[in-house]
Design a protein around this ligand. Structure first.
Ligand SMILES: [Ca+2]
Length: 475
């Protein structure tokens, strides 16, 4: 067929000698035992060489049974345009109209060629200030974050509008390589131990409820900021008067994420169990593991962590200032009003506050647990002081932690837990682990404190330091 004077390649013979192609084809067919694919490849080589010289060949594929497989949303054509429509029409070669047609796959109407495939025109994105924007992507076109431009996928045009600029408690600048409005700062709320709470405004209180509560949620924020809700479910473990976190839920961007104590290393996404790391909505929500913690992070700078055991944090960006509610308080910079407004000189009872944020009750859960230490006696006090001295030792393992504001409550929490659960070492170990994480997350070094006799059961979770370094005795 390659050399037939009346064959499909005849028009090309005077420009390109087909004999070497014929010889090569025969040789390859001999080597492969007459394989059809080899024949197709040999014929295609000559057809392609002719097209490259600007010579069109006639239809040869059907009579040789060498069909061309075309990607989705395209069909085969013997004579198709040399420069098919693509997302970037400006990048088209200038001499397209004078080029002869080529054999190949042609995208169906409404689709364009992109990286060897046919994509819907609406997925092309826009070219703006010499950069490519994805459909729906928004950027600022000025240095003060006032002119906001959006790529319209349907038209590939960028639409710009004037805005009032960044929200209060946001700054306009560059972060992680992208330019836009970002929170000025963050505040952390946490529940730890049995459990102790520290609100976003750093109010510390104890609340022993064992039901499900609203930990923190958006409440009346700016309309451009997404809604979110973080719930914690507590449980009683052993002791009758204390509670621990059993589950943390984050609802944001239409997805429900839950990290439960019984599913170590995993996350429930809308009720279905997934291994970590996990991401949804093209990375707008991600869940990954960092040390002993599950980190749930959103694209609007809110993140939640839980160590599948006792310690939960919610890191809230400053653009939600004075626009959150729940056990973590209102985030208005004033710790005094975090348990609600004080009426006259009466002390505020965290149980009343906790009741306010009760979301659901499971069988046997209680919100009105006594929160005072029942058998607080002098013997116990000295015992507590002994156990918790590790936190107050100014030259000890936590000696650099004093510059971390949240560390101030470490000793109180430790004493409280030891009082609640006398004779047990787990509360002390948990408090030590919690404050290790708090100090380390502030970039402060904590010296290895686990020993053969203290908190030995977690030896495998060392601080990333060789285990012999931990023989430093706790005194
Ligand atoms: Ca407050």
């Amino acid at each position: 067929m390659l050399t037939l004077p009346s064959g499909p390649f005849a028009d090309c013979h005077q420009f390109l000698d087909p004999k070497p192609f014929l010889e090569e084809c025969v040789y390859d067919m001999c080597v492969t035992g007459g394989e059809r694919l080899t024949l197709c490849r040999g014929l295609n080589a000559y057809a392609q060489a002719c097209v490259d010289l600007g010579i069109s060949v006639r239809e040869w594929r059907s009579r040789t049974n060498c069909p061309l497989t075309c990607p989705a949303n395209s069909h085969y054509e013997l004579c198709s345009p040399a420069c098919p429509p693509s997302c970037n029409s400006e990048a088209r070669p200038t001499n397209c109209s004078s080029r002869p047609c080529v054999e190949g796959c042609v995208c169906l109407p409404g689709f364009v060629a992109s990286r060897g495939l046919c994509m819907p025109v609406s997925s092309c994105g826009c070219i703006f200030q010499d950069r490519l924007l994805a459909p729906g992507q928004e950027v600022y076109a000025d240095e003060k974050c006032h002119l906001r431009c959006t790529c319209d996928g349907a038209t590939q045009k960028v639409i710009c509008r004037n805005t009032t600029g960044c929200l209060p408690k946001e700054h306009c600048g560059v972060q992680n390589g992208s330019f836009g409005c970002f929170p000025e700062y963050f505040r952390i709320c946490r529940a730890s131990g049995d459990p102790h709470y520290m609100s976003l405004d750093e109010r510390i209180f104890n609340f022993m409820g064992t039901c499900t509560y609203l930990f923190t949620a958006s409440c009346g924020q700016h309309p451009s900021l997404p809604d979110f809700k973080v719930f914690i479910e507590n449980e009683r473990r052993g002791s009758q008067s204390v509670s621990f976190v059993r589950s943390v839920k984050l609802e944001a961007l239409g997805i429900k994420l839950e990290v439960r104590r019984e599913y170590q290393g995993k996350v429930l996404v809308d009720g279905i169990l997934h291994y970590l790391p996990f991401q949804a909505l093209g990375g707008k929500l991600v869940v990954f593991r960092q040390g002993k913690y599950a980190i749930l992070r959103t694209n609007f700078s809110l993140s939640v962590s839980y160590n599948w055991d006792t310690h939960v944090t919610a890191k809230v960006p400053s653009n939600y200032f004075n626009s959150v509610c729940g056990l973590c308080g209102n985030f208005n910079g004033d710790p005094r009003d975090d348990l609600g407004k004080q009426i006259r000189a009466e002390a505020i009872d965290p149980r009343d506050f906790g009741k306010k944020w009760l979301v659901s009750s499971h069988l046997g859960c209680r919100t009105d647990e006594q929160h005072l230490c029942p058998d607080f006696n002098k013997g116990l006090v000295s015992n507590i002081t002994q156990n918790c001295r590790i936190f107050t030792n100014i030259s000890g393992h936590f000696k650099h932690c004093w510059r971390v504001p949240a560390y101030n409550s470490a000793y109180i929490e430790c004493a409280y837990d030891c009082c609640r659960m006398p004779g047990q070492t787990k509360p002390l170990c948990d408090t030590l682990a919690t404050y290790t994480a708090i100090c380390q997350s502030s970039g402060v070094i904590v010296y290895p404190w686990r020993t053969e006799t203290l908190c030995r059961e977690y030896q495998e979770y060392q601080l990333g330091i060789e285990s012999n370094a931990c023989s430093l005795a706790y005194k």
